[in-house]
Design a protein around this ligand. Structure first.
Ligand code: FES
Length: 72
C-alpha cells in the first residue's frame, strides 16, 4: 500500500501526496486528478477545500513547526 504524506506548507496549504479519497460532509467524493492535492488552510480559497493560491494575497501567516522531543 502506498504511503500518504501530508506536508504543512509555510504560509500555505496542506499538500497531500498519495492515494486518498476526499469526500465532502455528505460523503460525496471529489474528483481529484493525480495523487497530489493542496488543501486550503487559510480559509480564503474560492475552491474549498482546495487551495487556489489566495493565501498569497490575503496575508496568511502560519509558520508553526512540529515539536521535536530530544532523545535521551
Ligand atoms: S491555503 Fe491556499 S488558498 Fe487557502
Amino acid at each position: 500500500m502506498a504511503e500518504v504524506r501530508i506536508k504543512v506548507r509555510e504560509n500555505g496549504p496542506y499538500l497531500v501526496t498519495g492515494p486518498v479519497t476526499l469526500t465532502d460532509c455528505d460523503g460525496n467524493v471529489y474528483e481529484v486528478q493525480g495523487e497530489n492535492i493542496a488543501l486550503c488552510r487559510c480559509g480564503q480559497s474560492s475552491t474549498k477545500p482546495f487551495c487556489d493560491a489566495t493565501h498569497k494575497r490575503c496575508g496568511f501567516v502560519a509558520t508553526e513547526r512540529a515539536v521535536t522531543v530530544p532523545q535521551e
